[in-house]
Design a protein. Structure first.
Length: 81
């Protein structure tokens, strides 16, 4: 698949950075609407000066009884919590 190796390297770099700095992921926003999640991300980048690697988007896949949901989290280093 095109871009698969680039995504893999990006995930590996993010993992190395996360293990180098102790901290935790703090959930900021959760929704079931993809457009709301995208708009929240746009506002988050506009209002705060955040590095893209400090933001994590989790997609919880839906099935018949549970709809798909999205959660936006931000990495908080242990020293600044």
């Amino acid at each position: 698949m095109p871009g698969q190796q680039k995504r893999k390297r990006s995930r590996e770099r993010a993992h190395r950075r996360a293990t180098a700095v102790p901290g935790h992921w703090e959930p900021l926003f959760s929704t079931q609407v993809h457009a709301e999640m995208k708009e929240y991300i746009r506002r988050l980048y506009a209002e705060r000066e955040i590095a893209p690697e400090c933001v994590r988007i989790d997609q919880f896949c839906g099935r018949n009884t549970h709809p798909t949901s999205y959660r936006v989290s931000i990495f908080v280093p242990d020293g600044s919590a």
